[in-house]
Design a protein around this ligand. Sequence first.
Ligand code: AHG
Ligand code: MN
Ligand code: MN
Ligand code: MN
Length: 354
Amino acid sequence: HEADAFRTDLMTITRFVLNEQSKYPESRGDFTILLSNIVLGCKFVCSAVNKAGLAKLIGLAGDTNIQASFFLFLFIYFLTFFLSCGEEQKKLDVLSNDVFIKALVSSGRTSVLVSEEDEEATFVESSKRGKYCVVFDPLDGSSNIDCGVSIGTIFGIYTMEHSDEPTTKDVLKPGNEMVAAGYCMYGSSCMLVLSTGTGVHGFTLDPSLGEFILTHPDIKIPKKGNIYSVNEGNAQNWDGPTTKYVERCKYPKDGSPAKSLRYVGSMVADVHRTLLYGGIFLYPADKKSPNGKLRVLYEVFPMAFLMEQAGGQAFTGKKRALDLVPKKIHERSPIFLGSYDDVEEIKALYAAEE
Ligand code: AHG
Ligand code: MN
Ligand code: MN
Ligand code: MN
């Protein structure tokens, strides 16, 4: 059918969220406004990430001709030197953070912001305050920037429960109190995956429209998977249950085939694949980092929220991840998340330890 070549009824992320919010009569579009500012941040980072590789080529060689003066060469020499020092990577981290902070403050819908990039929380000035608090990792997977491998942004949203001065207490709440969570992956395509507590929905950026279009409605993670994802270089420092679990992935006892190993090193990419294909993602505790590496508020919670909404599980080695109550904004926790049955297995191994 010729008519099928183009979809004409485009479900943009804004339209989708407006539809969802219309179920709540008290909602006055605040959440939609907040989300559109997060989306703006994601679009900016996406475009910056896509240009990052190009900037080096065009920025340095594009306008140079053979008659370029000695000083221009000197300038280019030093610029190249600074860029190759990893400055580029730092810049993209900081740039992304600045964009998100400014977009969120100017939305007029936030009171407290916690970013992986900032030691302290940001408290929005009273004239611009709103009823939401946002915790986020503006650029996750930063070690992958320079080689063009997938990176992402992760975010979680809480509501303010009072109108007094905002404090960090307003975000030091268990993950199960989040009202929404999501991530954006800057990969072979730019995808935003979101949950407002009614399932998980995936949107793909159509670069020609500049709009995120619903492409993956109601994502459910397979009940069991055949992929495990972990930094196995840390194996010598793992605890008993983690060691046993990974051993079983490779040498299953019940005669089932061994699992495949996939590890990008960007949490967003590793969790995204786990969500779509099934399996398990682990960042366990080890002797060197007894709390693991990943941060509770803006890495563990949003991903645990999405996993549960998709029918999977998220476990810390001690309890359900969303039941953690963080005491500090940059607190860390071990995390095991993914397909329901696979997480059930690691839970059993930890239970047997006690
Ligand atoms: P960030 O780039 O925001 O600091 O986070 C990196 C995290 C996460 O993306 C990933 O899962 C993990 O670091 C990988 O850690 P290892 O290099 O220790 O495997
Ligand atoms: Mn991160
Ligand atoms: Mn980061
Ligand atoms: Mn970092």
